[in-house]
Design a protein around this ligand. Structure first.
Ligand SMILES: *[C@@H]1O[C@H](CO)[C@@H](O)[C@H](O)[C@H]1NC(C)=O
Ligand SMILES: *[C@@H]1O[C@H](CO)[C@@H](O)[C@H](O)[C@H]1NC(C)=O
Length: 204
């Protein structure tokens, strides 16, 4: 893989209008629609993979094909069967296994779903967690926020045990507490950034 670095000059002109790359046909569950999309990532081929929360599915849009998306996980109604999702809030790509790791919040689970087409069900990675946000570092540790326990946990991929790395002291506004942690980002030095929704701040 190589990266083409583009230098953008300070006085560059940016396009004034955005281009719809996914959805744009109102709220609904057709493959050209979204219904409260929460988060997304873009892979190396500029495929946009979206947690389409209220459709209980993960849907992707390939670069250059803005007509329809392809459902890659869930999309079988709200439920807790392994072929369903319930209110997914966040999704990331584990490149090593080409699988999607999904915060399946309504089912209080983190699930893994193969990104290859034709896979009709996921696998439970972590259970009993009101996960909102998820991130993975370069050593493939998972960082998951639990919005009901007001903490962020670190898991070795595939393990059920974990370390609490932020808060764990209940809901609150002290500096060792969180109040509804939502999205999580981990940088290359393993600094973890958390959007601490109810405290109206982002903490590291
Ligand atoms: C990008 O597309 C190429 C060609 O279709 C494919 O071989 C490759 O696996 C794709 N990469 C990703 C990250 O999907
Ligand atoms: C989880 O358990 C495994 C296997 O017993 C152990 O190797 C690992 O260190 C544990 N991780 C944590 C975070 O406790």
């Amino acid at each position: 893989m190589f990266f083409l670095l583009v230098n953008i000059s300070a006085n560059a002109k940016w396009k004034q209008n955005g281009v719809t790359v996914a959805g744009g046909h109102g709220q609904g569950d057709a493959t050209n629609q979204l219904y409260l999309p929460y988060s997304l990532f873009v892979d190396d081929n500029q495929t946009v993979v979206i947690a389409d929360c209220t459709n209980h599915r993960i849907i992707q849009w390939k670069n250059g094909d803005t007509t329809n998306g392809q459902v890659v996980a869930g999309g079988k109604g709200q439920g807790n069967r392994l072929n369903q999702l319930d209110g997914p809030t966040n999704v990331l790509l584990d490149k090593d296994t080409d699988s999607l790791i999904i915060c399946n919040q309504g089912n209080q689970r983190v699930v893994r779903w193969s990104h290859r087409s034709g896979k009709t069900q996921g696998k439970i990675l972590i259970d009993h967690i009101y996960c909102y946000g998820i991130a993975m570092d370069e050593q493939r540790y998972l960082y998951v926020s639990d919005a009901r326990k007001h903490e962020v946990r670190r898991y070795q991929l595939g393990e059920k045990n974990y370390t609490i790395i932020a808060s764990g002291k209940g809901k609150g506004a002290a500096r060792n507490q969180l109040s509804i942690p939502t999205y999580v980002f981990v940088d290359r030095q393993q600094n973890v950034y958390v959007s601490n929704e109810q405290n109206h701040r982002v903490v590291k």
